[in-house]
Design a protein around this ligand. Sequence first.
Ligand SMILES: NC(=O)c1ccc[n+]([C@@H]2O[C@H](COP(=O)([O-])OP(=O)(O)OC[C@H]3O[C@@H](n4cnc5c(N)ncnc54)[C@H](OP(=O)(O)O)[C@@H]3O)[C@@H](O)[C@H]2O)c1
Length: 234
Amino acid sequence: MIRPFTYLNVATSLDGKITTAARDLIGFGGPEDQDRMDQLRAGADAVMIGAGTLRAEDPLLTVRSGERIAARLAAGRSAQPVAIVVSRRLDLPLAGSAFFAAPGVERWLATAADLPPGPAAAYADHAVILPVPARPDGALDLADLLQALHRRGIRKLLVEGGGQLNFSLLAAGLIDEIHLTLCPLLFGGDRAPTAFEGAGLSAATIRTLELISLERGAESRLFLRYRLCPPSAA
Ligand SMILES: NC(=O)c1ccc[n+]([C@@H]2O[C@H](COP(=O)([O-])OP(=O)(O)OC[C@H]3O[C@@H](n4cnc5c(N)ncnc54)[C@H](OP(=O)(O)O)[C@@H]3O)[C@@H](O)[C@H]2O)c1
């Protein structure tokens, strides 16, 4: 299958949570994590999130560093990566949204091909709608989406969560690398989402990873970069 190189960036507590049970917006990765995220975005043709993350955080998904933007332009790339949201229902906040108002950012909404035209029309002035076939379980076929992204020129795709989208990609075998900021915090809570939610993998399909790099940051944070091993090696 021809698809973009797909790398995921996530910050977790020591117990693997991506936020608290109350889903507080606590930005726990710290300034080094922010800078690494900016660097990863600068290397991406597109940055993709799930609708839950858009609803919770209203992120811009933009490169902030002027030097990195200049380097992109000098290399003949757009100033900003394309911002992509995956949403089956397409019930996304428009009014007051920083994401939909951000200037100079191309926005694509990946949604169900069988969705009635009404909901998609509401976003037509703000984003390009990408129709994606749904699988029998109702979820979008992300392999189909990634192939469509490749046809549209996306070669490096950064995924920034959340847990449901991450798991959908993992289960479909569509993640190549994971950049993990491991934070010395404990959140607990069986309702606090982890980096990979969904139904979970079976013993026969769990994935193994190979460590590419490990750096120690300030305040006992660890920056880990892993490559997914081929499924057969699991
Ligand atoms: N610590 C971190 O690094 C980090 C990173 C990102 C997010 N977060 C946190 O994680 C939480 C959000 O995570 P989440 O797991 O609830 O949400 P999510 O994965 O961002 O979004 C889930 C939604 O995305 C859509 N979606 C995902 N996969 C899909 C598929 N295969 N087919 C169709 N639609 C799909 C659906 O949207 P519709 O409902 O619209 O159909 C689904 O309800 C927030 O609290 C956020 O702050 C933390």
